[in-house]
Design a protein. Structure first.
Length: 285
């Protein structure tokens, strides 16, 4: 267990699938010492590092239709349709969320959020306890193209981590883990289209960041390359990959509560199905 990392793919509200799997892990006291998440996956990583089962799905269902979290007016006021600062503040400050600040702030679990540096187009990794504010890193990680202006942290500007490192297993291995458990939000056969929509809008929004614009254009190619690398990693026994069996047919910002609840239950059932495999995998020599 000490040399196994947990890797969480993003995918907007599709991460309720991941939340279901992760909740089953937490309820069975499976806490790995390392977790890394991209985009919305970084939010699930926060609840995992704080040992708060049930919190991810509770937060999403509570605020998915709240204009303070998602609205066009947020873009004018905060530079993003998604007001993650509001979302995070509600998570860590509202007593009914039972957010375990002491556990989260401890050194028991390394927690990392992946964002894309707008100046280089490469991944930047914000680590809890090592960066100035991990929640800024989480917000940067989930700053979706077109839905967000570049998110400023210090002298840097960042966008969605999925542009540069959509499933950050290599970072987990580079950080000393021998193997990884990957929770994906896409099925085995899914590949992204490489033809880019809204190219003109992207160029207009990120005209000052040519490498970020290029990363947006290469989004599909990057994801498809990583998807093939994961298959190879899986064959080599270096990864246990937990995926939805069937394509997830909801939008990136799905607001249908019944659909979200159903997907969360699919995640839970998948987690229960894989529970023995997870336990065996982390205990392999």
């Amino acid at each position: 267990m000490e040399r196994t990392g947990l890797v969480l793919q993003g995918g907007g509200t599709r991460i309720v699938f991941s939340a279901g799997v992760v909740d089953v892990m937490m309820e069975n006291n499976i806490y790995l010492p390392y977790v890394i998440g991209t985009s919305a996956g970084a939010m699930v990583a926060v609840t995992y590092a704080s040992k708060n089962p049930g919190t991810s799905i509770e937060m999403i269902l509570k605020y998915i239709d709240d204009s303070r979290y998602i609205s066009l007016s947020n873009f004018r006021r905060y530079g993003s349709v998604f007001n993650f600062k509001f979302f995070i503040n509600e998570l860590i400050s509202r007593p009914e969320m039972n957010f375990n600040k002491q556990e989260f702030n401890s050194e028991k679990t390394r927690m990392i959020a992946v964002a894309t540096d707008c100046f280089t187009g490469e991944a930047t990794y914000f680590e809890k306890g090592k960066c100035q504010n991990i929640f800024d890193g989480v917000t940067a990680s989930a700053s979706l193209p077109l839905a967000s202006k570049p998110y400023q942290i210090g002298d840097g500007y960042y966008l969605d981590g999925g542009l540069s490192d959509p499933v950050p297993f290599q970072k987990a291995l580079n950080d000393g883990n021998d193997k990884v458990i990957i929770i994906a939000t896409r099925d085995y056969h899914f590949r992204k289209k490489t033809k880019v929509k809204h190219r003109g809008f992207l160029k207009l929004m990120y005209s000052n960041y040519p490498k970020a614009y290029k990363a947006c254009l290469n989004d599909g190619k990057t994801y498809n390359r990583v998807a093939e690398e994961i298959i190879d990693l899986e064959k080599a026994g270096k990864a246990l990959v937990i995926r939805p069996e069937n394509p997830i047919e909801i939008s990136h910002a799905e607001k249908d509560v019944d659909k979200l609840k159903e997907l969360y239950q699919i995640g839970r059932l998948t987690g229960e199905k894989y529970l023995k495999k997870i336990q065996e995998y982390i205990n392999e020599k």
